[in-house]
Design a binder for this molecule. Sequence first.
Ligand code: AMP
Ligand code: GLY
Length: 424
Amino acid sequence: MNILVLGSGGREHTFAYKIVQSPLCDNLFVAPGNAGTAAIATNIPISVTDFDAVRDLVLKENIEMVVVGPEDPLVQGISDYFAEDTQLKNIVVIGPSKEGAQLEGSKEYAKEFLFRHHIPTAAYQSFTAATVEDGKQFLETLNPPYVLKADGLAAGKGVLILQDIKEAKTELENMLTNKKFGAASEKVVIEEFLDGIELSVFVLTDGKNYLTLPTAKDYKRIGEGDTGLNTGGMGAISPVPFADKAFMNKIEEQIIKPTVDGLVKENIDYKGFIFIGLIKVGNDPKVIEYNVRMGDPETEAVLPRIQNDLVQLFRHVGDQSLDSVDLELDDRSATTVMTVSGGYPESYEKGKEITGIDTISDSIVFHAGTKLEGDTVVTNGGRVIAITSFDEDFRQALKKSYQNIEKLHFDKMYYRKDLGFDLA
Ligand code: AMP
Ligand code: GLY
C-alpha cells in the first residue's frame, strides 16, 4: 500500500525508516519531510495543517494510510476531516480525533480527564483573566516552586517553574492579562510541584486495546546537568533503567489502563499514540502531561527497538485488532544524541553544510532539521541530526553515539555530552 507520513523531524524520519522496511509498503510519501526522508521516500512540500492539500495528495497517490507525526494537525482535527469525507473515510489515520487530541491541546482538559478517572497527577486549579486575583491567592496557599502552565499549545514553552512568589504572581499576570503565550495562555493551570525523576511512557491504542511500547528518558534542557532553557529534547535513552517491572506494573494499573478505559467510556475516538509524561515521586508514578503523538527524540530510541512490522501494527490499529499482536522488542538499550544548531533554542542560523554523515557506522543517523540544497545536506532547524546506537548497556550505546558524532560537522554544532548522568 501507499503510505503518507506527516511531519519533518527526527520522529518522522524514524517512522519512515521503519515503514520502508515493511513488505506491506509500496510507496512512501513524507510531507514535508527532510533530507533524511528524501533518501528513502518521496518528499512532498506541503504543510501538515493544509488539510485540503493533504486530501489532494492522498487521492492523487492512492494513499491508504496516514501517519501523523506532530500534534498541530491532530489538535486541528485532521482525523475528523478524514472521517467526515466520503472519499477519505476508509483511510487509516494514525492519530486521535480532535476530541482525543485535547488531551494535549488543553492542559485543563487533560487535568479534568485525569481527575475524572482517578489517575494520579498533581493537584491544580485553573484561572482566566477574570480570576487572576483568585490565582494569586491560590499561589499563596502553595509552597515553592510554583508551576504555571499555559492551557493551550505553546510549542513546548508554556510551562514556567518559579521559585519566587512575587515572580510567580507577575508571570501569572503576564500570561493571563498580557497574553504572554497568545491565546494559549488565556487560561492558566497552576499546579502542585512534583519532585522526582521523569520518564516517558508510550502507548499505541486502537481505541479499545493497547500495547505499551518501550519507555524512554528525554533530556529537555540545553545545558549539561539539566540546566538552561528547555528544548524539544537533546537526546533519549530507552529503556529507562529505573522503570523496573514493579514500577511498570504500577504505571499500567494506575495510569495506562484507566487512561484507555477512560477514552472508551467517554466515547472518544482514539487510534494512535499516547505519550504519557510521568514523574516518579517516591515510588509512585504521577502524570505531568499527555501528548497525543510520539515524542521527539524519544521516537528515535523507542521505534528502532520495536521489531514488529510497523505497518502491520498500524493496520491492527486501523481495524481495532491490536489484541492479536505481541510486541517483539530488541532487549538492548538504545540511545539517541541530538546535535543542534549553535544558539538553539533561541535564535540560530540555518543553511550550514553538514559533512561526515556517510562516515558514520554502527549507529543510525536520523535527520531532524535538515534539507537538501542540490546534493548538499544543510541545516534547516534547531535540532539537526540524531545519532541512535544500540548496546547491552546504555553507557556503551552512548559511547557509540558520541564516537560517531565526532565524525559529524557543521558550523556551531552543539550537543550534550552528559546524557545518562542522572541514571544509576
Ligand atoms: P509539560 O509541558 O507539561 O511537559 O512540562 C514541561 C516540563 O515542566 C516537564 O517536562 C517537567 O520537567 C516540568 N513540570 C511540569 N509539570 C510539573 C510539576 N507539576 N512538577 C514538577 N515539574 C513539572
Ligand atoms: N521530547 C518531548 C516531546 O516530544 O514533547
